[in-house]
Design a protein around this ligand. Structure first.
Ligand code: FES
Length: 167
């Protein structure tokens, strides 16, 4: 089960309404939509533009400028793999190659079964424990291919326990 809500224009309107009067409201609203839905649906652009008295092109420009804003739904789990210097010096390139081959995806792609999305990130603030990986917001350090496999299993097990019906 995804930790994100399914896109809904009504829900998006409510999220946007919480931010529309704040200073520099667009970025916080975009982050809030990401937190709610996991991506910015194209249908959110006119809603944001209207609420914030901006053109649709302005909104689109901000979304395209920041790589953090996805424009399509992510998989059920998002894996962020650090590509910054400290992690590179500790072998993140090998981990990256392993992750891409193992999941059969490139950066920004989602596995065919919709389970995992793989994304690059530039420093997770965990440099002392490089190479670092974040999965669904949880941070992991000293990740080599073997530990990566363990993390995938851990995430799958946790998801299957969470989806079991309660007696
Ligand atoms: S460089 Fe990877 S966590 Fe800082």
């Amino acid at each position: 089960m995804s930790r994100f809500a399914v896109w809904s224009a009504e829900r998006a309107q409510a999220v946007i309404a919480e931010y529309r009067d704040g200073p520099g409201a667009l970025l916080p609203a975009l982050h809030a939509l990401m937190a709610e839905f996991g991506y910015i649906d194209a249908a959110a652009i006119p809603l944001l533009a209207e609420a914030m008295t901006l053109s649709k092109a302005d909104v689109q420009g901000v979304i395209s400028f920041y790589h953090d804003f996805r424009t399509s739904p992510p998989g059920r789990h998002v894996i962020k793999l650090c590509r910054a210097e400290a992690c590179q010096s500790m072998g993140s390139a090998g981990l990256e190659a392993h992750a891409k081959a193992r999941l059969a995806v490139d950066w920004g792609q989602t596995t065919e079964n919709g389970e995992f999305t793989l994304e690059p990130v530039f420093c997770l603030g965990n440099c002392a424990l490089s190479p670092a990986v974040m999965v669904d917001g949880d941070l992991y350090g000293r990740v080599d291919p073997q530990r990566f496999e363990g993390i995938l299993t851990e995430v799958r097990d946790a998801a299957s326990v969470a989806s079991e019906p309660t007696p």
